[in-house]
Design a protein around this ligand. Structure first.
Ligand code: SME
Length: 149
């Protein structure tokens, strides 16, 4: 499944559309094609501030359009520079709930020229859905995205 999606991601990112629209199309593709992805979005560092700002996303609207570094799963990834896989959100202390239906989450940092400038965030309504394949695939997506930023 992931291998088949890679060329589709590359194709979307090479389209003559705004960056915003291309990222939105990538979110849309992932949510539609991957059954355990229920909310898919990008967060990016907000200028010089130590906070993340919500970018393109698909899924339920969230109140968390700004997340300070260190807060929640997203804010922790902004400072750790590492993938964060949460199989069960109920077991996390430093977690920002967006919807009661969400059971698990994966956040993968996005690097541009070696700098952590944002992340892709996936919420799932299924517990324990993510494997290393998700991590490798989402790292690929972020590498491709970095090339158009
Ligand atoms: N759950 C995230 C907040 C963002 S929402 O999932 C869209 C967190 O703990 O950082």
């Amino acid at each position: 499944m992931f291998e088949a999606l890679k060329p589709q991601v590359t194709k979307i990112l090479s389209q003559e559309e705004s960056v915003e629209n291309r990222l939105l199309s990538v979110c849309d593709l992932l949510k539609k094609e991957i059954e355990h992805y229920d909310w898919v979005g990008f967060y990016f560092k907000n200028g010089d501030k130590e906070e993340l700002k919500l970018g393109p996303y698909v899924g339920e609207p969230t109140d968390h359009t700004i997340i300070p570094f260190g807060k929640g799963i997203c804010g922790q990834v902004a400072v750790s520079n590492e993938n964060f896989v949460v199989p069960d959100v109920a077991a996390q202390d430093n977690y920002i709930a967006c919807s009661i239906t969400v059971k698990s989450e994966i956040v993968i940092p996005l690097f541009k020229d070696g700098e952590n400038i944002g992340q892709i965030d996936i919420d799932s309504n299924t517990p324990y859905p993510f494997s290393e394949e998700d991590e490798r695939f989402l790292e690929y997506v972020n590498e491709q995205v970095a090339q158009i930023l």
